[in-house]
Design a binder for this molecule. Structure first.
Ligand SMILES: Cc1cc2nc3c(=O)[nH]c(=O)nc-3n(C[C@H](O)[C@H](O)[C@H](O)COP(=O)(O)O)c2cc1C
Length: 276
């Protein structure tokens, strides 16, 4: 997707002056990972079932807790259904526009139903740990699928908006109890008229701790990042709520900032997920 596949160039785009020296300059997997940027505009070209199969195989190749494979995915192509899902996610236009919309689920129902068929105990399904396993498994699978899609020249964007109104999303997709949408993912061929850019991240020093966590260690790197992110916002003419700190804190200012997700715990309980 990027003009350059050179790892050093990509690291510069990701970190600016804080870019580390690359171990290798040419590696197709590392290049694909570093080239990631969310894509929200697509050409009308469909995403074939062959591509979907590759994404699925990549997803299923991810590690999964104890091989339980507590996730599923719903592939949506039907325009009216995408339109309704877009409305449930705060009218995000890219959900309607993308040719393929994937909804990634934490799925404990398959284990539950298997236990029932074979008359096997399954009380642990009622514990928070199992929801965590479902969410982790779904996330690892989705990210593998995203990388596979990007390696094939497609663009993706995750859609956390699938958690804004979880009961209505569940009804739209016919989800059984003990399943919940963790996030969606728009997939399509990037529109060349609307090119996207690599978004800088925090310097590695803000997130990497050696041996023991040091809360003070991220102060300097965060301050550096405010300048890097500001320059990026200006260059991209991005509308933000102030600098990165103000923008990020605005997002967590209170339940009113959560677009309905402040009642997620309640919605999860209603869908048969645990409180223990
Ligand atoms: C779990 C998750 C949920 C997201 N939800 C949305 C969303 O609902 N709408 C959207 O436009 N972008 C969404 N994004 C994309 C992020 O905004 C994006 O990844 C972030 O700004 C970094 O930009 P980049 O992916 O281009 O590097 C989501 C990303 C993740 C990981």
């Amino acid at each position: 997707m990027s003009e350059s596949t050179d790892v050093q160039t990509l690291l510069k785009a990701r970190y600016g002056a804080a870019a580390p020296t690359p171990l290798t300059t040419e590696n197709p997997v590392i290049s694909t990972l570093l080239q990631h940027r969310s894509v929200r505009s697509y050409t009308p070209e469909p995403v074939s079932d062959d591509v979907l199969d590759v994404m699925l195989a990549a997803a299923q190749s991810a590690s999964t807790s104890s091989n339980l494979q507590c996730w599923s995915v719903v592939a949506v192509r039907e325009p009216q259904r995408k339109q309704r899902l877009a409305a449930l996610a705060g009218q995000q236009r890219h959900i309607e526009q993308c040719p393929l919309f994937l909804v990634w689920l934490a799925d404990l129902q398959r284990l539950d139903a298997t236990g029932e068929r074979f008359q096997l105990r399954r009380e642990a399904l009622d514990y928070m740990e199992m929801l965590m396993i479902g969410v982790i498994d779904a996330t690892l699978a989705a990210q593998n699928a995203a990388v596979a899609a990007e390696a094939l020249g497609l663009g993706v964007v995750y859609i956390g908006g699938m958690r804004d109104r979880p009961e209505e999303v569940a009804a739209e997709l016919g989800l059984p109890p003990r399943t919940v949408a963790v996030f969606g993912m728009c997939v399509g061929h990037p529109d060349p008229e609307k090119p996207t850019t690599i978004k800088p991240r925090l310097p590695g020093a803000a997130v990497l701790h050696r041996e023991r966590y040091d809360p003070a260690a991220n102060i300097g790197p965060v301050d550096d990042y405010l300048h890097i992110a500001n320059a990026f916002y200006r260059e991209q003419q991005m509308k933000t709520n102030g600098n990165w700190a103000e923008h990020s804190l605005h997002r967590v200012r209170g339940p009113e900032a959560m677009r309905g997700r402040d009642r997620l715990a309640e919605a999860l309980r209603a869908r048969g997920f645990p409180s223990r």
